[in-house]
Design a protein around this ligand. Structure first.
Ligand SMILES: [Fe+2]
Length: 492
């Protein structure tokens, strides 16, 4: 028997992961610390494989993650900010639930084929309907961004780096697979590869502005210029179960509601005009503050898409990414969820019927948000808190990728990592998001540049040993292109 106790959150893949070696029964509890905080934790006892349904029942016991009382006030402030709020969002809620029922059925039927796949070489000539599909579903596999041989060589070079520097920090500690490394040569080269930067520019340009010209917010913004956000990599081995990446959204937690700028991104949901909600509207994102509390591992930049570049073949069931592939609907549902309560038990079939939900802003709960490290984490949607997402059926694995392919998912997309890796080889990726030139992002890149030049970890990430002392750390000369130099703030 094996016992693992761990908290229920993590924002960046592997950052706080404690892989265990088997699967088993989750016992779930909520410990009440002295008010105002509650801490959610999992106690994980592993002794045999249990049916999937057992796990669902266990998760259904997570009922409440009340936040400090001021968050009830926040609901009242939001409600008072939009005319006829109760009436409009109640109508929207009912429509959203109906649309979710339809769309989730399609997602479940189509499986991995629901995730758009395109060739890097075709990005400039995609039919409009393909682009619209990518925008609605929120995720895309872009194939052959770099040659297979190049991506595989980067993986070998990373392995060499680790061998040459055995003290590098990684998890699990006794068999490291996820590394606190940011400035190895393969990472610096991959981020500055012209094709990868071109792919991220294409993704950045899926965003647009309603006002198109003349907005002071657009000063200093250029979606044609890609910036670099240094993150880490993983080389995940088969057979080990990763437990700590349940469905979640990065890039802002309670800030999605609490920050008045960020909240503007969801104006059309709060007015009840949910079908007009556009996750690709740019202006609201530009001054949205995604890290009000400065919590480590909380990205403070605007990433249009998160992403990773594959350095190995990875297929469904081999430890790949899973997504909820409808970003308009998941946004609509998750953002309005705190304003409604059910009248029936969450475990009953009636929970899916809109007539069993009522408008309710009497509590401080923002479902899936919980205190962590002096700030807040989540949203972590769960079957109990967000039943209409039908996560057990709709979280869809990314189709098989080859070395040199990349997957990107919109910054609002609900995503998770497969717990199992049943393949034969390692599943290796470098995390490389799409980041446009904006004043906020540029300011981060300036601070990040200083870290690069000193061999320190980038500003958003957990503090720890510098890389400067390791053999084989990249220098400016390893940046592959002039676009790459610009992306890192090394030239302007
Ligand atoms: Fe994530």
């Amino acid at each position: 028997m094996k016992l693992v106790i761990c908290d229920a959150s993590s924002d960046l893949l592997g950052a706080t992961c404690m892989p265990s070696l088997d699967i088993g029964v989750y016992l779930v509890g909520i410990s009440s610390e002295p008010q105002p905080h509650f801490t959610l934790f999992f106690v994980y006892i592993s002794f045999e494989q249990v049916p999937r349904q057992t796990k669902v029942v266990a998760r259904n016991r997570i009922r409440s993650m009340a936040l400090p009382a001021r968050f009830a006030d926040l609901k009242a402030i939001i409600a008072a900010s939009y005319p006829d709020f109760e009436q409009n969002v109640t109508k929207a809620w009912s429509e959203i639930l109906a649309e979710l029922a339809t769309v989730t059925k399609t997602i479940n039927e189509e499986g991995v084929n629901y995730i758009p796949q395109v060739n890097f070489a075709d990005l400039g000539n995609l039919p409009k309907e393909d682009v619209e599909k990518i925008k609605r579903r929120g995720s895309v596999v872009i194939k052959d961004i770099v040659p297979d041989e190049q991506a595989m060589q980067w993986k070998e070079d990373l392995k060499e780096f680790i061998k040459a520097n055995p003290s590098v920090e990684g998890v699990p500690a006794n068999d490291k697979q996820f590394f606190q490394l940011y400035w190895t040569k393969p990472q610096v080269q991959a981020r500055s590869h012209p094709n990868l930067l071109a792919a991220t520019v294409w993704l950045n340009k899926l965003y647009h502005t309603k006002s198109s010209t003349g907005s002071p917010k657009l000063e200093g913004v250029d979606m044609n210029v890609a910036l670099t956000y240094a993150d880490r990599f993983r080389i995940r081995k088969p057979g080990i179960t990763w437990n700590l990446h349940p469905p979640h959204i990065d890039g802002g937690t309670i800030e999605r509601w609490e920050d008045s700028h960020f909240r503007r991104c969801f104006d059309d949901l709060f007015t009840g005009n949910w079908k007009a909600h556009d996750p690709f509207e740019l202006e609201g994102r530009l001054d949205a503050r995604s890290s009000l509390y400065g919590r480590p591992n909380q990205s403070s930049v605007f990433r249009t898409f998160q992403g990773w570049l594959a350095m190995s073949e990875t297929a469904p069931t081999q430890g790949t990414l899973r997504v909820f592939p409808d970003v308009l609907l998941s946004n609509a549902y998750i953002i309005l969820r705190p304003f409604f309560s059910p009248n029936v038990p969450v475990s009953s079939e009636e929970i899916y019927d809109a007539k069993n939900w009522k408008f309710d802003i009497s509590n401080s709960e923002f479902h899936g948000i919980y205190p962590r490290d002096g700030g807040y984490a989540g949203p972590n949607p769960t079957p109990a808190l967000h039943p209409h997402l039908r996560l057990e059926e709709t979280m869809t694995s990314i189709p098989k990728v080859n070395p040199g392919d990349a997957v990107f998912w919109h910054c609002d997309v609900v995503h998770s990592v497969e717990r199992e890796h049943t393949g034969n080889g390692d599943s290796a990726v470098m995390y490389i998001p799409a980041v446009p030139l904006t004043p906020q992002n540029q300011a981060y890149v300036e601070r990040q540049k200083a870290c690069f030049l000193e061999g320190q970890r980038p500003p958003d990430f957990p503090k720890g040993p510098a890389e400067a002392g390791f053999a084989g750390v990249a220098s400016v000369g390893d940046v592959l292109s002039k676009e790459g130099l610009r992306a890192m703030g090394l030239v302007h």
